[in-house]
Design a protein around this ligand. Structure first.
Ligand SMILES: NC(=O)c1ccc[n+]([C@@H]2O[C@H](COP(=O)([O-])OP(=O)(O)OC[C@H]3O[C@@H](n4cnc5c(N)ncnc54)[C@H](OP(=O)(O)O)[C@@H]3O)[C@@H](O)[C@H]2O)c1
Length: 335
């Protein structure tokens, strides 16, 4: 089968497009999915580069998020039929492992999954949209709703708002009735974020986002504990961490699920105690996040922004766009 195969950690040259990679054979409890769409995530960039503490056997097919139709059932699989439209939950919650990382993923014509990873796709949800959900929007849902408990009337600042998780955070905050302030790096991205419902947009490459927040909502001080925003969504880390604290009012929440620009930023504990800040982490998604998201889409309550769709042979270009911050929403590969 055709597949985009990782042969070692490093640059883009480690990802090789192959036309005769062995097709997967299903064992007991397995299904083979004919991949119809696979979305890319920043995690695919980290997997290609190599992440400390995570050992990956090579060769490996990348792509965590995939949707398709069941092509073959292994022995002992019940309740599923060939031809059914399915989303694969990238996490194997029973035996362990993550698709596209420690298990072969969706950048191929076929993909092996355990039957317990399958989630049915409702009829109004396309393969491209379903494949865009788990890692980015599933995590955004867990972070914003389950853990962050975003509520109507709150002021919610989102950094890196144009990416997969970022657009998810913007859409969910907006759905909850919050006032959304989206930070992004270009005029085009800011325009799209306004179309998605952001109330305010800040170009944080050209402007100091802390000062912009103070202009909008006043500076939080010991005399004005109500200045600033209620929540900051920060999965960027690096030199955005301490400035983000300076945007929060007393009792404000900092939500994080990642660190695109650096996982060990300087911190300033004075802000945490003086303003009684809560630092809340979110890691991944639960099955319920995925089914809820598909319900929202099925019911027309949510539209998932997909920037571009590439053929499998051009998956490297799709990943380059992501790495170079040239994507608004999700980038999808169709085999
Ligand atoms: N823990 C989990 O379960 C989990 C799940 C999903 C994602 N994550 C993490 O969350 C982060 C975002 O993931 P994603 O898939 O949404 O990524 P993405 O689609 O590439 O979006 C990331 C956004 O961050 C902004 N950004 C700021 N500094 C950047 C930098 N130095 N390099 C690249 N982008 C930068 C970019 O927007 P602007 O150009 O507008 O600034 C970009 O659109 C990653 O760190 C990822 O590993 C964690």
């Amino acid at each position: 089968m055709r597949a985009m195969v990782l042969h070692g950690h490093g640059g883009m040259e480690k990802l090789v497009y192959e036309e005769a990679f062995p097709e997967p054979r299903p064992g007991p409890g397995d299904v083979v999915v004919r991949v119809k769409a696979c979305s890319l995530n920043y995690h695919d960039v980290f997997t290609r580069r190599g992440m400390p503490g995570i050992k990956i056997d090579m060769p490996r097919i990348c792509g965590l998020d995939l949707a398709g139709e069941i092509a073959e059932l292994g022995p002992q699989v019940e309740g599923w039929a060939v031809g059914e439209r399915v989303l694969v939950d990238p996490r194997n919650r029973v035996e362990g492992g993550l698709m596209g990382e420690t298990i072969d993923g969706g950048l191929a014509e076929f993909c092996l999954a355990r039957a317990h990873q399958l989630v049915p796709i409702p009829d109004k949800v396309s393969y491209e949209v379903a494949a865009s959900l788990p890692v980015a929007h599933g995590t955004a849902h867990r972070m914003m709703v389950t853990i962050g408990k975003v509520t109507a009337g709150e002021k919610c600042l989102v950094l890196g708002a144009s990416g997969g998780v970022g657009t998810g955070a913007v859409l969910l905050a907006k759905m909850a009735g919050a006032e959304v302030i989206a930070c992004s790096s270009s005029a085009e991205k800011m325009e799209r974020l306004k179309e998605m419902g952001a109330h305010h947009v800040i170009n944080y490459v050209e402007k100091d986002f802390v000062k912009e927040i103070w202009k909008l909502f006043e500076k939080p001080t010991r005399r004005n504990f109500d200045g600033g925003v209620d929540m900051v969504v920060n999965f960027t880390g690096g030199d955005t961490w301490v400035p983000s604290m300076k945007c929060l009012r007393r009792g404000g929440r900092m939500l994080t699920c990642g660190a695109t620009a650096g996982h060990d930023p300087a911190t300033d504990l004075r802000y945490i105690w003086t303003y009684e800040l809560q630092i809340l982490g979110a890691n991944g998604w639960e099955r319920e996040d995925l089914t809820l998201l598909m319900d929202y889409i099925q019911e027309g309550k949510m539209e998932i922004p997909i920037d571009r769709v590439f053929p499998l042979s051009e998956a490297r270009e799709a990943l380059r766009l992501l790495e170079d911050r040239e994507v608004i929403g999700k980038v999808v590969v169709v085999p």
